[in-house]
Ligand binder design. Sequence first.
Ligand SMILES: Cc1cc2nc3c(=O)[nH]c(=O)nc-3n(C[C@H](O)[C@H](O)[C@H](O)COP(=O)(O)OP(=O)(O)OC[C@H]3O[C@@H](n4cnc5c(N)ncnc54)[C@H](O)[C@@H]3O)c2cc1C
Length: 430
Amino acid sequence: MAWGGLKRDHYPMATLRFADEARGLLASRPLANVLAVGLGRSYGTSNTLSGGALLDMTKLDRILSFDHAAGILRAEAGLSLNDALAVIVPCGWFLPTTPGTRFVTLGGAVANDVHGKNHHSAGTLGCHVRALGLLRSGGEMLELRPGDPLFAATIGGLGLTGLILWVEVALSAINGTNVSGERTAFHALDEFMALAAEAEKTFEHTVAWIDCASTGRAFGRGIFEAANWAQGPLGEVHAPAPALSVPVNAPSMTISHPTVRTFNALHFRVKKAKSGPFRQHYSGFFYPLDAIGKWNRLYGARGFHQYQCVIPEREGVAPVRDMLDAITRTGNASFLAVLKRFGARRSPGLLSFPMEGLTLALDFPNRGALTLELLGRLDDIVRAAGGRLYAAKDARMSRAMFESGYPDADAFARFVDPAFSSDFWQAVSR
Ligand SMILES: Cc1cc2nc3c(=O)[nH]c(=O)nc-3n(C[C@H](O)[C@H](O)[C@H](O)COP(=O)(O)OP(=O)(O)OC[C@H]3O[C@@H](n4cnc5c(N)ncnc54)[C@H](O)[C@@H]3O)c2cc1C
């Protein structure tokens, strides 16, 4: 099941434990019938395949080599970032970039060419992949490197070009396990833009939480954080498992407009009071949601939609303002609303999501047609601005939206392995 919990289907699943079992597992597959999956942290339909079979990669999780001096890690694709960090951090290395959860696999992270709070300084994960091993369903075992067209299709290729068996990535040096930085409250989107532009000159990591339930004079307010790695002792890694976990699906009204509005107002006030310098362990800064296991159950049995878009730099902040306006006008509100400026570094993948501009990530409890109607309005704004949606977060992207956002979609389609498919790909491809 995908992280958004919109579909509760169970798919036949085979588990790959050793790389040399993979050829046999793929050999017998009919066309468009298989999809590799990692830890299931994509929200919608890019990691599901109705009528097909899923290949669980999470047991293929060995470290193949780790050059401590140069910071080069080669590992099987099912290794989680959680486990990778436990090994590399005590040696003074970190992932070159990381998504907002460490419970993803290396293969899944490559297949979505994930980005993090340092996109403006480091680009996507794919910018730091030196090589990867790809098994095609015809049995060819390929070692791909930057510059190879199939490498460009596989980075951010949504698992459709074959089975990623291993990944070699260049790590980033750290001198401690804390980050230190500045927290600032902003009261309007223009203020956010100015803060981000200034902070990007000196800070490696920047991100903002935006209160998208606020209206009137509070409209567009939020909390901006910028940080760099701090000097300090190495060795104190994150706790491997969440301290708390949500045991069952919460009642569907747990995350509703009034609760989000109240939470947001409180959150803004508390964080505003904590404005100024801060110092924090990397786990709290990069992975705040990982502190609560299965937090997606808070959205109840009907699940929720994540929505992440990017608006090109030339459009400025106006489309984001229009989106927030559409959300508040329709009485909706998002709990986890994140705003970030992507930098100019080009992503290597044909279907990589980031481009220079503003990215907004939102989540909405699934209220059926009402939610879909709002998301349709947001789509119109994104499309008119020449933006695109992130497939990792999506459960409903239309073909038109995909084609307008991803101009290399046709070039990508030529590299799709015929044995592989996903519900996402079946919805958007011709
Ligand atoms: C709390 C949270 C925060 C997040 N924050 C961010 C963020 O800041 N930035 C960001 O970019 N993303 C973010 N994400 C999304 C997440 O990083 C991606 O969805 C990631 O790809 C999930 O990896 P996974 O191992 O769970 O893979 P899955 O979700 O299981 O699969 C993802 C894709 O990878 C493919 N795949 C998996 N393994 C292989 C393999 N071995 N070979 C070929 N294809 C494979 C699958 O077919 C699928 O297309 C976040 C998700 C969550 C839940």
